[in-house]
Design a protein around this ligand. Structure first.
Ligand code: FAD
Length: 450
């Protein structure tokens, strides 16, 4: 009988252990490539996020000779249904480790019953969450210790792509391909598909990675790999990147490996503490008081706070579905410390829009900024949006790219339109709060919560 490969966060054919397992098991009968549009994930997603997924699925469909089976609905029903239609006794997957994914897969396993099994091979990580523990078998709580143990543990070499795959069409839902084609309409900031991902990685490896240590903090430059959208959907696997990095000796390459380790660390934290996705990981700030300033939150979302670097970041997010890491920290700090809003409000907004939106990296990134996370930046570290802008975007190029009302300004003034006569000539909004006052207020709340 044919086997089924249910794609989730692994939309690729290279270095895909679960695909290899499905091919091996199916032999001449072939593999049914399945994707399920889950309303719980699809319906809430912002346009960019959905567009990226849809475009990537179309590319995967082409890689599968147009045989990608797409169904819409609750996976517990749909996956079992496809398996029965195909008389398959195994559904192959990469093991999912997020709280949502784990709950879903338990339900799917139950729905498959005793005669069909869910075979889990590999994960979206170089080392599966839960594997790295300290001498007494407990998870690491601090990043540097985790990172060292993770590097010492090492990871397997990339899996070879099967030389021949016989794809079997399992029959898509009535409007599934149309739904995807419609959602894929429109512009994307990232080239789509597995070949494009490999090309981007090769280009980055062939030079930029060596300057990554310094260039990564300059949002106006193309100084980071911009691979997060591919890693998110598993178009590239980190194992592939780590294998290539092993041939590089520069400091930049080592720094890059450490960033991959952050992704693995946060997934590991989430694995051990699923609750941390939407609750403070550490409870020492449980006495904090937060505000819900509706208008200010809307201004933050729309990129109209009156702080140029914050607004540039938020507009990049809205327009492209991606934001530079430095900006994620600055904008998150602004929401949590200048507007005194509890971090999940911002994390939700980011997840809805980011093409790389990932619950482990995003929500723990938010907790890091908010001071509630593991290994977090201390609460009293409040980013100053003006000095951050002047330091990391010294000539204002990043702000001018995203905030057209400030295109007439240059250098430091780009970050302080209130200091120049014609700063507001093009209609840029006034500051919604005074940073110096709000910083004091944040520290006051922190002191009384301790
Ligand atoms: P590069 O600098 O080229 O780094 C390479 C890869 O390393 C990234 O693609 C990513 O997979 C990983 N990485 C780098 N930095 C981090 C980090 N701090 N934490 C975890 N992994 C990291 N990353 C996401 O992938 N999805 C998210 O939803 C997400 N939300 C974030 C929210 C906040 C508030 C913060 C502060 C950070 C968030 N990050 C998130 C981490 C980081 O900002 C992005 O991974 C990075 O900007 C992606 O761009 P890049 O691929 O060019 O990164």
């Amino acid at each position: 009988t044919s086997s089924i490969l249910w794609f989730r966060r692994d939309l690729r054919l290279h270095d895909h252990p679960a695909l290899n397992a499905a091919v091996e098991q199916a032999g001449a009968s072939g593999v049914v490539p399945l994707f399920v549009i889950e309303p719980a994930l699809w319906d809430g997603a912002g346009d960019s996020r959905r567009r990226w997924l849809a475009a990537t699925l179309r590319s995967l469909d082409a890689e599968c000779n147009g045989r990608l089976t797409v169904r819409r609905g609750d996976p517990a029903k749909v996956v079992a249904q496809v398996a029965r239609e195909q008389h398959a006794d195994t559904v192959h997957v990469s093991r999912e480790t997020t709280p949502y994914g784990r709950r879903r897969d338990e339900r799917v396993t139950a729905a498959l019953g005793d005669d069909i099994s869910l075979a889990e091979t590999g994960t979206p990580y170089a080392v599966g969450p839960g594997v790295i523990t300290n001498g007494s078998g407990s998870p690491y709580k601090v990043f540097t210790a985790f990172s060292r143990a993770w590097q010492d543990h090492g990871w397997p070499a990339p899996a070879e792509r099967p030389s021949r795959i016989h794809w079997v069409d399992g029959g898509s839902g009535d409007d599934a391909h149309e739904l995807i084609a419609d959602a894929a309409e429109g512009e994307l900031d990232f080239a789509v598909g597995e070949d494009a991902a490999h090309q981007r990685w090769e280009d980055f490896l062939d030079g930029p990675v060596d300057h990554y240590g310094t260039d990564r903090d300059r949002p106006a430059k193309d100084g980071t790999s911009r691979l997060s959208p591919y890693l998110k959907l598993g178009v590239l696997h980190p194992r592939t990147l780590l294998a290539d990095l092993a041939h590089k000796r520069s400091d930049g390459a080592q720094t890059y490996r450490t960033e991959i380790a952050w992704r693995e660390f946060y997934a590991d934290v989430l694995w051990h503490q699923p609750r941390s996705s939407w609750h403070d990981l550490r409870d020492q700030l449980s006495g904090m008081t937060y505000d819900e300033p509706k208008e200010a939150i809307e201004a933050w979302k729309a990129g109209k706070t009156g702080y140029p670097i914050v607004d540039a970041g938020m507009r990049q997010l809205l327009q492209t579905g991606w934001m530079h890491n430095r900006l994620r920290m600055i904008t998150a700090s602004f929401l949590t410390k200048d507007l005194h809003v509890w971090w999940p409000v911002g994390a939700r907004h980011f997840l809805d829009h980011l093409v790389d939106g990932d619950v482990a990296s995003n929500n723990h990134g938010w907790q890091w900024v908010a001071g509630t996370g593991t290994d977090a930046s201390p609460y009293f570290r409040v980013f100053n949006p003006v000095t951050q802008g002047q330091k990391f975007d010294p000539d204002g190029a990043y702000v001018r790219r995203w905030v057209p009302e400030l295109r007439h300004l240059q250098g430091k003034a780009t970050h302080e339109p209130w200091t120049v006569d014609d700063g507001y000539a093009e209609g840029y909004p006034e500051r919604i709060v005074d940073h110096a006052d709000e910083r004091k207020e944040a520290l006051r709340r922190y002191e009384s919560a301790r």
